[in-house]
Design a protein around this ligand. Sequence first.
Ligand code: NAD
Ligand code: G3P
Length: 321
Amino acid sequence: MGVIGAGAWGTALAQVAAANGHEVRLWARDAGLVAAINDRHENAAYLPGIPMSPLIRATGDLAHVAAAEANLIVTPAQAMRAVLADLPQHGHPLILCCKGIEAGTHLLMSEVAQAVHPASPVLVLSGPTFAAEVARGLPTAVTLASADAATGRALTARIAAPHFRPYASNDVIGAEIGGAVKNVLAIACGVIAGAGLGENARAALIARGFAEMTRFGLAKGARAETLAGLSGLGDLVLTCSSTASRNFSLGMGIGGGEQAAALLANRRTVAEGAHTAPVLRDAARAIGVEMPITEAVCRLLAGDAVHDVIGALLARPLRGE
Ligand SMILES: NC(=O)c1ccc[n+]([C@@H]2O[C@H](COP(=O)([O-])OP(=O)(O)OC[C@H]3O[C@@H](n4cnc5c(N)ncnc54)[C@H](O)[C@@H]3O)[C@@H](O)[C@H]2O)c1
Ligand SMILES: O=P(O)(O)OC[C@H](O)CO
């Protein structure tokens, strides 16, 4: 198995892939990180304090992962196209684990991957998975979506570990839309927490956010039950409930009165919702789907005052649920 991207989630997934005794190649673009992982069996930059399996071998050469039976793709979403373009064509499955929508094209990650590697089956792995918990061996469950049932079954069996339970699905679009949209909604929930607006407001936002995710997902061809499953509602609830989420934490800072631009400039790790929000807003507008919470997050990211944005959201015309 190969893993492309050695941030927190790529490192945690390499641990999962090594859990049943197989060797794993982990690609990182930073040569210093490759050497540090191989020397110390720890990714001190992105997942400090968690010993990595000796079955994991880091590499800076994409040719070394191209031959793997399958590759987990775990780069930031906006970097995925460029990294896949450098990966030699091999026809082996690509399992997409990054959560986002491509800026400029509005393409889903599966559409980008299929365009760059037309001979490879493209799958999506998504669900409630804080990397540090998974890497420490705490239990969770995820959706593994594949258009081809046989490929999905084989990879579900290959990835499953005692603490990591993949559920097979054939709804690739549904699995990826849940993960992309929940990051934007998590920023909004963080703003509610940071501004001290209370637990009722947070729960209301999760429910109305889920309605928003469902409207967009159905319009893009997702199935409602996928959006209500691990990769949609499951991940939404996780990410909207914890400061362990980078998106939620970003929102908390904004809600507490800090400027989004300053918060983003000081980050080393990725808060995907900040990149996804304007793309999602434009993609939704283009197909006539109303997404008021996403619109509000975009205003907050652009620097509008929290009080004004929340006020405008609450002042929208009353309507049926
Ligand atoms: N961390 C989690 O708990 C978690 C869980 C599920 C999904 N994800 C998703 O996985 C993806 C990766 O997240 P992460 O948490 O591993 O990120 P991270 O911030 O921990 O690390 C990002 C990694 O990408 C590399 N990188 C940055 N820019 C790059 C570029 N232009 N080209 C190639 N590599 C680049 C960095 O060097 C680093 O190794 C995101 O889409 C995220 O939403 C994360
Ligand atoms: O830290 P976040 O907000 O990127 O969330 C991480 C994962 O997506 C949770 O499933």
